[in-house]
Design a protein around this ligand. Structure first.
Ligand SMILES: [Zn+2]
Ligand SMILES: [Zn+2]
Length: 300
């Protein structure tokens, strides 16, 4: 059900969080925390596009909307009829932002928000596409839920219903986003962080023990480490604690190979039929990030 009363889902990407109807799923992501783009679709059509970048000028946001619309008109071509635009729509009230809501109506209704945040300086362009008979209340709820900066040095990430929290200083390096397997790798001053959610866990663990699954999946990538695994319980689930480090090097150029420590927690949630993994490689023996954030990965 694609309405404001149906189920809604939170999305979190690069410090921006917002809610949409639950059947709108992440379709594409580009860029980084500074400047980037994402889109969602519902399997039939594009539903939402979001662009962000740092503010380049103190130009009033209404002027930026002028430019944006002129650009769209140019893109449509000289022979295209003029865009039907409704400006300055009083659909939401936002604090701490210079913003304007406007709609462009052709075959689909595109409701837009262009905003500049006084707090973080981010400029956002949000475009929500609605079918002609759908109400603008969907747009209103999305915009009301939108938050464009981290709080308290922490960032909430949310994709396909997979939620975790990381320090703001952690920068996304690479991501694998597939229905059956999500993995995101981050770099922070202390080291590396990897967070993963892997599907079809039950049938995998019927064939294979949890620790041999871990060795098979991560062994190659962790070849430089000596580590041990220990069976445990986490959130009431079967879990695996992994601890280790790079061996101390004797002899030449020890400075080039500073010792690194590995910590990982993996658990099998039978409710969602998934394995969750939180892993850090850190220069510090006791990784702060592991201690503070490994338990913040949500399963069910
Ligand atoms: Zn902000
Ligand atoms: Zn669970």
């Amino acid at each position: 059900m694609n309405s404001v009363q149906g189920k809604w889902l939170l999305h979190g990407w690069q410090g921006i969080t917002f809610e949409t109807p639950a059947d709108w799923e992440l379709a594409a992501v580009q860029g980084d925390a500074k400047k980037g783009y994402l889109s969602l679709d519902d399997g039939r059509m594009m539903r939402l596009e979001l662009k962000w970048e740092p503010s380049k000028s103190s130009l009033a946001i209404a002027k930026t909307v002028d430019h944006h619309i002129a650009q769209l008109q140019r893109k449509a071509g000289k022979r295209a009829p003029p865009l039907k635009v409704r400006r300055n729509l009083k659909l939401v009230r936002l604090r701490g932002k210079d913003y304007e809501c406007f709609a462009i109506e052709n075959e689909v209704k595109a409701y837009n928000l262009l905003s500049r945040c006084e707090n973080c300086g981010r400029v956002l362009l949000l475009c929500v596409l609605l079918e002609p008979d759908k109400e603008e209340v969907i747009f209103q709820r999305i915009v009301s839920s939108l938050c464009d900066h981290p709080y308290g040095g922490k960032v909430k990430w949310g994709l396909y219903g997979f939620y975790f929290i990381l320090p703001e200083k952690a920068h996304l390096l690479e991501n694998t986003l597939k229905a059956g397997s999500i993995e995101l790798n981050f770099q922070e001053p202390e080291g590396e962080i990897s967070v993963a959610r892997i599907g079809l866990a039950e049938s995998t663990l019927r064939r294979q023990k949890f620790d041999s699954w871990f060795h098979e999946r991560y062994g190659k990538r962790l070849a430089a480490f000596r580590y041990s695994t220990e069976k445990t319980k986490f959130k009431g689930h079967l879990a695996l604690k992994v601890k280790g480090g790079t061996p101390r090097l004797r002899g030449l150029l020890p400075i080039l190979r500073r010792k690194e420590y590995l910590r990982a927690l993996a658990w099998f949630c039978e409710v969602t039929d998934r394995i969750y993994v939180f892993r850090t490689i850190s220069k510090a023996k006791d990784s702060q990030t592991f201690r503070r954030f490994s338990a913040a990965v949500e399963c069910h």
